[in-house]
Design a protein around this ligand. Structure first.
Ligand code: SF4
Length: 454
């Protein structure tokens, strides 16, 4: 029931088989990263062909699309924001590009490019990336120019007639992983897309690495590493699929660990009859809580399979009402019970409040809320669709205040230290902007600035 959504997912492949079917299937397995738009581009005999749609992958691609899109190379995209891939006819030749991330300084860079005579069609971030690349002498130099110019996060795929360039930003905010089956070579936002195409995982694309993919496999063209990384902690807490492995850490395991941390804090202090997830976002956390505490794991909400559209409603009221339809209480399971419910995060607090109320109305004796990540203090600047500052409840209330507002019997969050332990990565490896409001660029400056000993 998280109010947080990832913006997009990317996939690229070289194959002698049916490239379009493979991309289509991979996008299906990345759909949780963006449901509003989807698109595929292929390269066939020096010609780039694109088909994109509004809506999700399965219902929108037609038989004609499959017939039109041909070739041995292709890239695909699912998105919450815009249609990608896009093409550009440039001095480097024709190419298609798509990306996952957020260019935080796009609002400054686009007007600068316009002043220099560049025209934009939609003022979109992917257009900006395409224009930065096209002004350079090669694709590698173009990606290096992006690396120097932009603030923010990106995993870029560039489709050319000769192969695919895949690049991950220097801090590695978003996941990007390589896989193959000995004949096909692919790159994806998450490992589940590769596994479900029966591919073996090769490795993660390193932060700052530019990889070229063609019929011979993967070739590192450049590596522009930084002193630190800034992997998005939310990938493990919520956004990535539970069957994915990101930068060597299983999402399932990390979520179980987060739940176990919460259970340890309650040890000897809280007695409960059942522990339950808020589906789907709290499932891994609730499992971890149950395994650590021994308290029976039991569903208390039924997820309505036809109601999972809460983010696409126009107003907040409509979204809340859709969220209400999405989960219904299993009344017999909660009557007279002391319940611990686990979720990934609290943004505005209205949805969890509604759920606590419903559980109590259904006869729950006590409802204790346990949240996997610390209170959110800043909206994401690197590509996750979180809310504005004034919507974050933790900016307005203390934990006690939030507990009272959501009408829970108790409320507890994990700390940042717990997150480090649960994920197995330290403060210099993860993005913590949601919590400390410090950009990775600021933190990086501190690492690289010489110490003033005067
Ligand atoms: S600001 Fe938060 S959601 Fe955004 S990348 Fe950083 S940790 Fe992830």
């Amino acid at each position: 029931m998280s109010e947080i959504k990832e913006n997009c997912g990317v996939f690229g492949i070289y194959s002698n088989g049916d490239v379009v079917k493979r991309i289509h299937l991979a996008l299906h397995f990345l759909q949780h990263r963006g449901q509003q738009y989807c698109g595929i581009a292929t390269s066939n005999k020096n010609k780039i062909i694109i088909q994109s749609h509004k809506g999700s992958v399965d219902p929108t691609f037609t038989r004609e699309d499959f017939e039109t899109l041909q070739g041995n190379f292709g890239i695909g995209h699912v998105s919450l924001n815009d249609r990608q891939p896009m093409t550009l006819h440039s001095k480097l030749g024709d190419f298609a590009i798509c990306f996952n991330g957020n260019i935080a300084n796009a609002g400054d860079l686009i007007p600068q490019f316009k002043k220099r005579g560049y025209s934009f069609w939609l003022d979109s971030q992917v257009e900006l990336l395409a224009k930065i690349i096209a002004q350079e002498e090669s694709f590698v130099e173009g990606i290096e120019a992006i690396n120097k110019t932009i603030e923010g996060s990106y995993c870029i795929l560039i489709l050319t007639p000769d192969g695919i360039f895949a690049a991950r930003d220097k801090f590695g905010f978003k996941p990007l992983i390589l896989g193959n089956n000995g004949k096909d070579y692919a790159v994806a936002s998450e490992s589940r897309a590769l596994q479900n195409l029966d591919m073996e995982i090769e490795r993660d694309v390193k932060p700052g690495e530019i990889v070229f993919i063609d019929g011979t496999g993967f070739k590192t063209l450049k590596h522009l590493p930084e002193k630190r990384t800034a992997h998005c902690a939310f990938e493990w807490a919520y956004t990535a699929s539970v069957d994915s492995v990101i930068d060597g850490v299983s999402v399932d395991k990390a979520r179980n660990n987060m739940g176990a941390m919460l259970a340890r804090k309650d040890k000897g202090k809280l007695e409960a009859d059942i522990v339950a997830p808020v589906p789907n976002s709290g499932i891994g956390h609730a499992e971890g809580y149950h395994l650590e505490s021994g308290i029976p794991l039991k569903s208390v909400f039924l997820l309505d399979r036809y109601g999972d559209r809460s983010y696409t409603q126009a107003t907040q009221g409509e979204r809340d009402s859709m969220a209400k339809k999405k989960l219904s209480v299993l009344r017999e399971a909660v009557k007279g019970k002391r319940i611990v419910i686990c979720d990934d995060s609290i943004v505005r607090g209205t949805q969890i409040r509604e759920k606590v109320k419903e559980l109590k109305k259904a006869g729950a004796k006590e409802v204790h809320v346990r949240i996997a990540v610390p209170p959110l203090m800043h909206p994401c600047r690197y590509g996750i669709a979180t809310k504005d500052y004034d919507e974050l409840i933790a900016r307005k209330m203390s934990v006690e205040g939030i507990c009272k507002y959501i009408e829970a019997d108790s409320l507890r969050y994990n700390t940042l230290k717990d997150l480090f332990e649960a994920i197995g990565k330290g403060p210099n490896e993860m993005c913590l902007y949601c919590w400390d409001g410090k950009t990775v660029e600021e933190k990086q400056k501190k690492i690289t600035e010489p110490v003033n000993r005067a």
